[in-house]
Design a protein around this ligand. Structure first.
Ligand code: AMP
Length: 127
């Protein structure tokens, strides 16, 4: 099946982090997911959770990943937030997809933000 999505770039920065070619401050790793601190944090806690598999974005992951990878990945997202102590105050989980979503790194990742009141979900939207 063709999806119209770009091919996976084996040398994107998160692929290199997964291979250990670039350092990262890891907070969690298991069979399906790795989590590490964002290099340019936008909140007191800002962690990225990525699948080990080669998926460009949520569109790619939701299309091609196995049920076990999808379940394992999303369980890890919740587990990482719990382990970081974010559940009591609350947190935000966010993924950017493609140019209009503002995605910069073409390996699917979920941002976890916490540690302060995060404000509006999408800047610039009135109402
Ligand atoms: P996105 O715009 O959703 O693709 O977000 C990419 C995120 O990756 C940004 O928040 C960057 O600060 C972060 N980032 C880029 N390079 C690294 C790196 N080497 N280690 C950790 N985070 C990174």
């Amino acid at each position: 099946m063709t999806t119209g999505l770009p091919p996976y770039d084996e040398n994107n920065i998160f692929a290199r982090i997964l291979r250990g070619e670039i350092p990262s401050k890891r907070v969690h790793e298991d069979e399906h997911a790795v989590a590490f601190h964002d290099i340019n944090p936008q909140a007191p806690v800002h962690v990225l959770v990525i699948p080990r598999g080669a998926y460009v974005s949520l569109a790619d992951f939701s299309t091609k990943a196995s049920d076990a990878e999808i379940a394992g990945f999303w369980r890890a997202v919740g587990q990482v937030a719990r382990e970081l102590g974010l559940e009591s105050g609350g947190y935000r989980a966010l993924t950017n997809m493609g140019p209009e979503g503002g995605q910069e790194v073409p390996h699917f990742h979920v941002h976890l933000f916490g540690g302060r009141r995060l404000g509006r979900m999408v800047p610039g939207v009135q109402g």
